[in-house]
Write a protein that binds this ligand. Structure first.
Ligand code: DGL
Length: 258
């Protein structure tokens, strides 16, 4: 089925998902919506996040998308349940990798860096309470300012390093042995995060798990694209120009009202 896979985020964060997904699914077409007009989602109300997620999904459906990936932890944890109730095509979300972290940790201390709305969401709380974490300490940090800095791409590496350090150091001092990146924007500064973390702290994300889920859904609904002709990957934004400063790859970027 030639219809595209739809992806959205509040901005460029979800491009870190698209980067791997397009490699894993070389025959698929993609439509990516960067809702940078409304970025960041991390400090909006749950109702606003649902409204924005729904708006993005409706636009992707207008593009005839066969499946939607919510490439945003904040939008997933605050809206996916309701979105799935009203949208009939498969919806895949991304959320912090609590389970792999619980299986991984030896020091029984897990660090997590995410937006305020992800860490205070009911879904995140449910995931924590469904997993046995009685003997495990979760050290949460809200990545204030990071999404904006990455989105705007205006800031110097040293400024971002300084902010990252102020979030990571308290967790390092708590003896964490793994760090969850709970926001897709942070993948764009992963090299800086690695620079600041001791080598024995593992960074965990859920990109591969999300990609596996997308493939499984395409197979189980029998909607894989088998045609190899004229593949397209289109990235649309609705605010001011998308900053390319943190992007590893170049995309066909287009303005669209949505
Ligand atoms: N990329 C989004 C996420 O994964 C950023 C949220 C925001 O816009 O604050 O949470």
């Amino acid at each position: 089925m030639k219809s595209p896979i739809g992806i959205f985020d509040s901005g460029i964060g979800g491009l870190s998902i698209l980067e791997k997904l397009k490699e894993k699914l070389p025959h698929e077409n993609f439509i990516y919506l960067a809702d940078n007009l409304n970025c960041p989602y991390g400090n909006k109300t749950k109702e606003e996040i649902f409204f924005l997620s729904h708006k993005n999904c409706k636009k992707l459906i207008e593009f005839n998308c066969k499946i939607i990936v919510i490439a945003c932890n904040t939008a997933t944890t605050n809206s996916i349940k309701k979105i799935r109730e009203i949208i009939s095509i498969p919806i895949i979300g991304i959320e912090p990798a609590i389970k792999p972290a619980i299986n991984y940790t030896k020091t029984k201390n897990i660090g997590i860096l995410a937006t305020e709305n992800t860490l205070t969401s009911k879904l995140f709380f449910k995931t924590l309470s469904e997993n046995k974490i009685d003997n495990i300490n979760i050290h949460e940090k809200i990545g204030y300012q990071l999404v904006n800095m990455i989105e705007e791409g205006l800031h110097s590496k040293s400024k971002i390093l300084k902010i990252l350090k102020s979030y990571l150091n308290p967790m390092i001092n708590e003896n964490i042995d793994c760090l969850l990146l709970g926001c897709t924007h942070y993948n764009h500064v992963i090299e800086m995060i690695k620079e600041l973390l001791p080598n024995d702290i593992k960074i965990l994300d859920t990109i591969d798990a999300v990609n596996r889920q997308v493939l499984n859904q395409l197979k189980s609904h029998d909607i894989l694209n088998i045609s190899t002709k004229n593949r397209y990957i289109k990235v649309f934004y609705n605010g001011s120009k998308l900053s390319k400063n943190f992007l590893k790859e170049s995309y066909d970027l287009n303005y669209l009202k949505f």
